[in-house]
Design a protein around this ligand. Sequence first.
Ligand code: ZN
Length: 135
Amino acid sequence: MKLDHLGIAVKNLDDAIGVYQALGLGVSHRETVETDEVEIAFLPFEGGRFELLEPTGEGSPVARFIQRRGPGLHHIAVAVSDIQRSLDDIRARGLRVIDAKPRPGANGSLVAFIHPEATGGMLLELVQPGEHVGG
Ligand code: ZN
């Protein structure tokens, strides 16, 4: 298990990208993930990436997050090599998950979320990276 990215909920993706560019980071990948109603951008740094998430619809979980808590840290994602096996292990230990089965994420990855209730209040995302690494 290693850090993959930090997910940051933002109100405006272009504005947020401008801030992170001012910090010296660049966008490696940008994509709209229809199933989650978010537009995302990845900005790599040494040892990980920021994932900026702007909701594209009112039904987006990120839209509800921003309504409740305002913009900011939304989730932490760790990379695993076999996401289904990791999920099965986690569920076997009785921890509550949001996704019982992995689903398509950004950049050809598979993702699944562990419920914050199981992790002391932190939304944890498992990521099995896709074919094209580095995005
Ligand atoms: Zn993420």
